[in-house]
Design a protein around this ligand. Sequence first.
Ligand code: IPM
Ligand code: MN
Length: 354
Amino acid sequence: MKLKIAKLPGDGIGPEVVEQAVKAVDAVCKRFGHSAEYSFAYAGACAIDRYGDAFPEESYRVCLESDAVLFGAVGDPRFDNDPSAKVRPEQGLLAMRKQLGLYANLRPVETFRSLIHKSPLKEELVDGADFLCVRELTGGMYFGEKGRSDGGDTAWDTNIYHRYEVERILKLSYEYARQRRRHLTVVDKANVLESSRLWRQIAQEMAPRYPDVETDYMYVDNAAMKLITCPKFFDVIVTENTFGDILTDEASCISGSMGLLASASVGEKTSVFEPIHGSYPQAAGKNIANPLATILSAAMMFEYAFGLIEEGKVIRKAVADSIDAGIVTEDLGGKYSTSEVGDKVAELIIEKNC
Ligand code: IPM
Ligand code: MN
């Protein structure tokens, strides 16, 4: 199969980790007889420096003309402490999500046996935790009307949701629940927020259409607690944009390192695959960042964008074997560099031991 992949490495550690994922993709192609053709585009601070725009038209076109996008990270400390900055790297990511219609962000959380000791939680709580967070990605407060008044002393962000946005993400979540353990938890704040009451109302309307899936409802504050007191409770979690952003950072720690959490953003046009850890500028260029989340995002790319399940599995197995062999970066207690881990995973893929 011919795979047209757009590389958008972005900022910080993005380029280094994407490079390792590309090694894994090339190794899979070699093993299974596919051919990958890459294009490249800018996003984030590097795009601002070059075009004055965090997600220029040219980058959108490159994404649109590809079958999948492999994304690194955006963000740069130059912008972080400047609330008056007119363009920000993060706007590039948000613009990409909106323009590509990527309304669902899938963030699977799973544990690796040999890494359980790295989790800040007790081993017996964590061992076997395996759930999928489905975060709504193009609505809510991130995209609602925002502004300032009162000479700048009053500010607001509108958490707006429309019925069609809630219905489509719930439908997708039910479909994923059906492929898993058939348990969907709808997370909201319906005791306070009107937008959450709409979510819950629509979920209650839809639940009877999925009698084979157990649906439950949980307030986001309670869900934040339950994620660390009983992560094994969850199978599929679906929630709005802001809650999903926060809960998935929390959930990423369960497995021992944020450097392990991959994601897929899917919707109307080309899907995007990216690690959730962000640009980690302190580590940029040092060859120390953990590339596994990006490599696992490439596994999701094979599964979700190309329907190549076996290829995805082989990448996952190679990652697990590399972890078991202790070939990991320093965040996971190892002494290996980013590129060494990337080389090892690619080698394991080619070796056909998995
Ligand atoms: C994420 C990131 C982004 C978000 C930022 C960089 C805009 O934190 O993908 O979770 O908040 O969505
Ligand atoms: Mn986030």
